[in-house]
Design a protein around this ligand. Structure first.
Ligand code: NAG
Ligand code: NAG
Ligand code: NAG
Length: 448
């Protein structure tokens, strides 16, 4: 049977009716979610009303399990459709704890367990819509004129991720079952409904509802994955082919990197890292170039105490400082808030690093974000040391290694201040000679 949809366009605001008492717990799921999942993207997107509701409906675990199995397509009503344009009575109905099932069905009705990007949208087949089963099991018609049921797609392919796609739609879709539940409840209830009042819910810690999405400066994101744009170096396999079109230089990455290094030095306690980036390797230059080309980076910056614990042989191998640092560079723009929100919601999140294919895991611990696992873990210690929309620097209290290495990492060697020694130029000379002897094209600016 075709599910008949009652596209209902009501008028009022949703945010004011959000109950403050539904707990938002990290889901207890054994699976880890990838930071570039469509789910993470939804929760960080401008569809704040929808993502608030997904959390309120305690659907995160269900959705995590869904994206672990298959791609999903999400039809995301724009915020106004869930605020001003929604009947307050219907809204209150949805948010009553006893009607959780209705809220869940309503939201799952906006999601299809398959990937339908706009170039795979069903063609107009004699005006016959194609019915797709949604995650609430009721079917939804996709029409050839780029409408889903009664709602127009206003932003197709708004958010595209490896495990799904989000299309912006102009209004909320209401499945028949939910409409029926609502009607049944309404006929039972006395009509002395009190209009909702009160301020929109604001997370006291993160001010999530209040705060707009981080600004994206002019200039589109680069088309190539960041790995294709990285310079070949000791930590990377063969040199990638140059990308089409060459560098675009939308941003002055060099001065942004200079800026963040200055900020690190000013902040104090991060001199070793700054030194590695500037004096021991050409990573600062490399980062500046990537940012100039439109890439974004989050630096997990180990503090001096953490760096001092590194054993000499962990840093003195040719290419070792780069290897270590690449594992601390995430090719995404993340702030303390966005990372904390992700781990709070999902329990565990994996971030890609520039050290392919290794990812760094993060979870909530003690009200903060903890990276890595076991003995080799590090806490987010100094949040948002530097954030300019393209580069984010988060201070951590440990040096991270990929899981398979941290167990094998030597423990016995004394905590030599190899970096300081290198700064004094002795080992640096040795390193440069070694590099020269090997004849490899390492980008050690200090060797020139
Ligand atoms: C999480 O789920 C696992 C198995 O599904 C269960 O054994 C464990 O007790 C749960 N943990 C919490 C904190 O609920
Ligand atoms: C999701 O879709 C992409 C692209 O079509 C595909 O490569 C990937 O394997 C799919 N993921 C799952 C879990 O099916
Ligand atoms: C780089 O080396 C120079 C010369 O030793 C030193 O003055 C400078 O502070 C170092 N830069 C950083 C960022 O540590």
């Amino acid at each position: 049977m075709d599910c008949q949809i009652y596209g209902v366009l009501f008028l009022l605001t949703l945010a004011s009716a959000l109950p403050e008492n539904l707990p938002v717990k990290p889901s207890n799921s054994t699976a880890q979610i990838n930071s570039n999942s469509v789910l993470v993207a939804l929760l960080d997107s401008h569809y704040t009303e929808l993502s608030e509701l997904v959390e309120k409906a305690l659907l995160l675990q269900t959705l995590e399990e869904a994206v672990a199995k298959h791609n999903i397509t999400i039809f995301a009503p724009r915020n106004e459709a869930l605020e001003r344009e929604l009947d307050p009575e219907f809204k209150r109905f949805l948010l009553e704890p006893g009607n959780l099932k209705s809220l869940q069905n309503l939201l799952l009705f906006h999601m299809i367990p398959a990937r339908i990007d706009s170039n795979h949208w069903p063609a107009n087949n004699n005006n016959k819509p194609l019915h797709h089963t949604t995650l609430c099991r009721e079917k939804i018609p996709l029409n050839g004129d780029k409408t889903v049921s009664t709602a127009k797609l206003i932003k197709s392919d708004d958010i595209v991720r490896p495990d799904g796609v989000i299309h912006g739609i102009e209004r909320l879709l209401i499945p028949k079952s939910v409409q029926q539940d609502f009607n049944a409840r309404r006929s039972l209830r006395a009509t002395s409904a009190v209009l909702p009042e009160g301020a929109p819910e604001v997370d006291p810690r993160t001010h999530r509802l209040k705060k707009p999405a981080p600004p994206v400066p002019a200039g589109g994101p680069p088309a190539l994955p960041i790995y294709d744009a990285m310079a070949p170096g000791p930590s990377l396999a063969p040199a990638p082919a140059p990308g089409p079109g060459g560098p675009h230089h939308h941003f002055d990455g060099e001065s942004q990197v200079k800026d963040f290094i200055q900020t690190l030095l000013h902040y104090g306690g991060y001199n070793e890292l700054a030194d590695i980036l500037v004096n021991l390797t050409s990573l600062a230059t490399e980062m500046g170039r990537l940012v100039s080309e439109g890439y974004v980076l989050t630096v997990l910056a180990p503090n001096d105490e953490a760096m001092a614990k590194l054993a000499t042989d962990q840093l003195s191998e040719p290419g070792a400082p780069e290897q270590i640092m690449y594992y601390h560079l995430i090719p995404e723009y993340q702030t303390e808030e966005s990372m904390y929100n992700s781990v709070r919601r999902f329990g565990k999140v994996n971030y890609d690093t520039l050290r392919l294919p290794h990812k760094v895991s993060a979870e909530e611990a003690d009200g903060s974000v903890k990276f890595g696992r076991g003995e080799g873990s590090a806490y987010l210690f100094d949040p948002d040391i530097y954030t300019d929309g393209r580069i984010s620097v988060q201070g951590i209290d440990g040096v991270l290694f990929p899981a398979e290495e941290s167990t094998a990492a030597p423990k016995a060697a004394p905590a030599a201040k190899i970096v300081s020694k290198l700064r004094r130029g002795k080992l640096l000379e040795v390193t440069c000679k070694m590099l020269g002897a090997v004849g490899q094209d390492y980008h050690f600016s200090s060797c020139h």
